[in-house]
Design a protein around this ligand. Structure first.
Ligand code: PM9
Length: 462
């Protein structure tokens, strides 16, 4: 069993000023709602959900400071004061020289991929992420997974399962040549592996290796502050470093970053592309006007950029991060104590149920994680998300399904939204479904969209 260093006294460093009322539903209503949604939790109406663990993306509660920042929105088309505040914050907190706002993370991925990837290029990454890989492929590139093997094993206790395997990277460099690899994409933390962190030592080793070969490092910094927490807790020499300083050090080993500010940065919408190279910035800031908007707003209102600038500052507070991940660990430990199979060690943004071990009687063609997410909703109105064979999609060349080793249901915890009592209700519901797991029969897919099928696919009960 993993020994978590964190203490349990993780009480929230804030108090509640306003509440959002939730609708309670009956079992019959939930059965009807999930059938109407084609057994896809993305297609449920939010008002039919009690505790929403679909995602931590854009679902954070903003602070009173962020809300008051919204009133300072400078909605000028060009040169908004809020852009300059955001730029200054990105330089100060993350250390990048240039920043281009985008409407959200995939907006930044699109601009990055279109400006940096040529047809036939190879893009190594520490496990795929759905939107990131799709933009790489649409730009003519091919993604290659270079995460350490431990990441593909939900039970493995490696403390930094997000690490890049430098030997796997070296194999790619030798096979294709460094000039075919414009950059390696390093995600911190690794979402699809269960919110698993990357060690600082791994970042340093990677920087050394890529410098030698002239390969850039682009950080997917969507959850960089959460990654910093694990470095602080688990990596030798960092216990006394602040989250803020660790975040800046991680960024210092990279050449640029894409950011979905809807996660770490505590806003409901927004993202950016950050770069250090002036020429790369000039090219990206020109292309952004085609897809997002002028380079000083990139698809966002001035007020959104203000809330983001303030949210970035709040995200690197040690007290915030201790409570944020403390809550995730609180839920994870309850499930683990009941014997529920979860991805270990417990990651940053949620608890990932291991559907392969939860429902060993269902093979992957019966979409066990999708079926489990639907069952959990029926039981209690808790909405979760499939992260398995449906999310993995198909190989664009062969058209065949990818069969990922990890078949997971993500219980994603929004930041500053739910209480400890909510965590107890979630745990009780998962336990109830676990007790009755043998009755779950699996699903068949009856509608499959071409892109990112997990969002809109429909299923029927077997
Ligand atoms: N992640 C999530 O729920 C929202 C969309 S996918 C269901 O986890 C990483 C590591 C992400 C991510 C989004 C994006 C894209 C990039 N990298 O959603 O476009 O977790 O802001 O960001 C989601 P946007």
């Amino acid at each position: 069993m993993e020994k978590q260093k964190i203490k349990h006294s993780w009480a929230e460093p804030y108090k509640i000023k306003m509440v959002e009322l939730l609708k309670m539903t009956t079992l019959a209503q939930r059965k009807k709602a999930i059938a109407a949604a084609g057994y896809n939790t993305f297609l449920l109406k939010s008002e039919d959900v009690y505790i929403d663990l679909l995602t931590d993306s854009g679902t954070s509660a903003m602070s009173d400071r962020q809300w008051s920042g919204m009133m300072l929105g400078d909605e000028a088309y060009a040169g908004s004061a809020n852009f300059y505040h955001l730029e200054e914050t990105v330089r100060d907190v993350y250390g990048y020289k240039y920043v281009i706002p985008t409407h959200q993370g995939r907006g930044a991925e699109n601009i990055l991929s279109k400006t940096m990837i040529k047809k036939g290029d190879i893009i190594p990454g520490n496990m795929y992420f759905t939107t990131t890989r799709l933009h790489q492929e649409l730009a003519g590139g091919q993604f290659h997974d270079v995460i350490i093997d431990e990441a593909h094993d939900a039970e493995n206790q490696h403390p930094f399962k997000g690490n890049v395997d430098l030997n796997k990277l070296d194999v790619l460099v030798k096979k294709y040549g460094a000039d075919k690899i414009p950059y390696i994409c390093v995600a911190v933390t690794v979402n699809m592996a269960g919110g698993q962190p990357v060690a600082m030592q791994n970042m340093k080793d990677l920087r050394k290796y890529t410098k030698k070969h002239g390969i850039k490092i682009i950080l997917d910094m969507t959850r960089v502050a959460e990654n910093a927490f694990f470095i602080q807790q688990k990596e030798e020499g960092y216990a006394k470093h602040s989250i803020r300083s660790i975040v800046k050090e991680i960024c210092s080993y990279t050449d640029g970053a894409t950011m979905s500010a809807k996660k770490d940065a505590l806003v409901n919408i927004g993202g950016f592309l950050a770069l250090n190279d002036k020429d790369a910035y000039e090219e990206a800031s020109n292309l952004v006007v085609v897809y997002e908007g002028l380079h000083t707003y990139g698809g966002l209102a001035g007020r959104d950029m203000e809330a983001m600038a303030i949210g970035i500052e709040e995200s690197v507070s040690d007290a915030h991060m201790k409570a944020r991940i403390g809550q995730v660990i609180y839920l994870g430990e309850q499930l683990r104590n009941f014997g529920i199979p979860i991805t270990e060690p417990i990651g940053g943004h949620g608890i990932f149920l291991d559907a392969k071990r939860f429902l060993p009687h269902l093979d992957q063609d019966k979409f066990p994680a999708q079926a489990l997410a639907a069952e959990l909703y029926i039981d209690s109105g808790v909405r979760s998300m499939e992260r398995g064979v449906v999310s993995a999609g198909r190989n664009p060349k062969t058209g065949k399904n990818y069969y990922p080793k990890l078949e997971l249901v993500r219980l994603t915890i929004p930041r500053r939204v739910y209480t400890q009592a909510h965590m107890d209700v979630i745990a009780e519901s998962v336990e109830n479904v676990f007790v009755h797991r043998n009755k779950i029969k699996g699903l068949k897919m009856i509608h499959e969209p071409k892109y990112l099928r997990f969002f809109q696919a429909r299923f029927a009960k077997l």
